[in-house]
Write a protein that binds this ligand. Sequence first.
Ligand code: ACO
Length: 311
Amino acid sequence: EMSPEERAFQERVDRGEKIEPKEWMPEGYRKTLVRQIGQHAHSEIVGQLPEGNWITRAPTLERKAILLAKVQDEAGHGLYLYCAAETLGVSRDELMEKLHNGSMKYSSIFNYPTLNWADIGAVGWLVDGAAIMNQVPLQRTSFGPYSRAMIRICKEESFHQRQGYDIMMKMAKGTPEQRAMAQDALNRFWYPSLMMFGPSDKDSVHSAQSIAWKIKINTNDELRQKFVDQTVPQAEYLGLTIPDDNLRWNEEKGGYDFSEPDWSEFFEVIAGNGPCNKERLGARVKAWEDGAWFREGLMAHAEKHGKRQAA
Ligand code: ACO
């Protein structure tokens, strides 16, 4: 049964009002937001790694500059999102600690390797494409700081997706070898991209409550369907084949029928057993440890400065 406070809160959410940090909220709402926003922030930060891997190996100076800017954008997205989480009373250090000790997740997709340049195209096209599909509705999420962060992030994210598609166009219209690389990248990234939307609705433990609170706007399966419907014509334009024999247009539902990803693989990846989990987490922990001297220096400086002002 809802308490009077909870009922009043739910009515505000139902009216479409934004909830701001200092306002009353149910503990479960706060916890769910810290989990989702924190996980989202970690994904932006860990998501720099597979692409960062290709900055030094981009095929031209122009591609290098573009990729560098894109990876920097991801760092910025992580920072806005950590700030949004901090307004809920959790510190950035706590969030980092939980990422590093494995008690908080980040998106499954970043545990797959980027083996060649075509993968950078596929990541921009499919991974950023899936990210936007998920994030556009989140601009209307009920928590003010999260919603505002999403508005800004979505603008940059759509540029990221276009740069990925542009790489795919070059590759798909290039030499037979380049074309084969583009197809191979699509083959490897297709199902992992479908997994980004989370488990199927029947296995999604948080969806019902999160949708009632307007923390989420759509179910995982709704967004996955929209992503497939948007992406199939883009693959056709590239002349590439989506690796799914069951893919066909369903007139009745006005969308494509498609094969589900291998959910046992998904659950293995989010349990820490994907192809690159150890490498990704290891890189983040190392970066944190390597930065310790700098954080300590900043703290020492702030302390000295504080003492001087107090004197
Ligand atoms: N990768 C890792 N974990 C996932 C994924 C995924 N793709 N999908 C679901 N999970 C986890 C959930 O976090 C939850 O685990 P938890 O209870 O330990 O937190 C569990 O699987 C069950 O899933 P759901 O009940 O469906 O979870 P939820 O309602 O949070 O929905 C979703 C998952 C759709 C990812 C949601 O959290 C969301 O919209 N997040 C914001 C977007 C985001 O994080 N994007 C990051 C990738 S895009 C990018 O950064 C470029």
